[in-house]
Design a protein around this ligand. Structure first.
Ligand code: 0O2
Ligand code: 0O2
Length: 211
């Protein structure tokens, strides 16, 4: 019998710490009255039943889980705009409190299902009372609200159909993913045009004040 609580304790700590750090970034943006690239942050330790199911599916021996299952700890950052994802990725690259192990850009290279998201696997140090520092893997998923909306519903359908979604529904989900992405593009364009209009108005106001 494996002591799952003990094994997963550092993962829970890493999720809690990273959530606080990412929310800290959001608060710094809010304080400076700048647009925050982080809308909200969620996190979870993978439930034991999902760990066992994935280990079986991917042929990972239980004693290799910590090296081979990269998402035992998962943290998700939701952004308003696609451009915000790049900003968050840059912020993550600039940090010195963890190491980047791998990056998967499912936005430039969407998955066959239609899934879009930017994944970064981190090696994150947690301080344990026994054994000192332990460096564990954490998967960070960065996505827009629209990408999250699609992924959340598709994920629950996968669960409902036990991973075997009928082909027709799969196709509709792929089309829905494209619609969500077009929505992201449209929202970014609208925002760009509003910002441009605001710049013109403020330039006009400045020149009026000068004259
Ligand atoms: P805030 O100030 O609203 O961000 P914990 O219970 O401490 O372990 P937490 O963060 O409460 O963890 O829970 P979880 O499930 O990891 O993350 C949920 C957070 O995401 C909550 O915020 C929710 O309000 C926020 N959230 C979920 N869905 C949405 C959404 O669609 N839009 C927005 N803006 N936020 C959402 P917090 O952390 O409680 O506080
Ligand atoms: P959870 O906790 O249920 O979300 P694999 O697991 O084989 O697909 P791999 O190599 O482990 O892939 O990593 P990948 O694909 O970079 O990331 C896996 C995680 O990304 C998944 O975790 C999902 O959270 C998310 N994901 C990937 N593809 C899809 C998809 O088509 N639809 C949705 N909704 N989410 C996806 P898990 O293992 O499903 O865990």
């Amino acid at each position: 019998m494996k002591d799952w609580d003990a094994m997963l304790a550092p993962y829970k700590q890493a999720v809690d710490e990273l959530k606080i750090k990412l929310k800290g970034i959001r608060e710094q943006y809010q304080l400076s009255s700048k647009h925050t690239p982080i809308e909200f942050v969620t996190g979870r330790v993978k439930p034991v039943s999902s760990i066992l199911e994935k280990a079986k599916r991917k042929n990972i021996p239980v004693d290799k889980l910590e090296e081979e299952m990269q998402d035992l700890a998962g943290v998700r950052v939701m952004c308003q705009f696609v451009g915000d994802i790049d900003t968050v990725v840059e912020l993550i690259h600039a940090r010195t409190d963890f190491e980047i192990v791998e990056e998967r850009d499912y936005i430039k290279h969407k998955k066959k299902s239609g899934y879009r998201s930017y994944h970064i696997v981190l090696r994150y140090p947690v301080q344990m009372i026994e054994g000192g520092e332990k460096r564990i893997l954490v998967e960070l998923q960065i996505r827009t609200l629209a990408m999250n909306f699609w992924a959340t519903i598709e994920h629950s359908l996968q669960y409902k159909y036990s991973g075997k979604i009928p082909e027709k529904i799969e196709e509709r989900l792929q089309r829905a993913a494209e619609a969500a992405f077009r929505l992201d593009e449209e929202m970014s364009q609208i925002r760009g045009e509003v910002q441009e209009a605001q710049k013109i108005i403020s330039r006009k106001q400045q020149s009026l004040r000068k004259n």
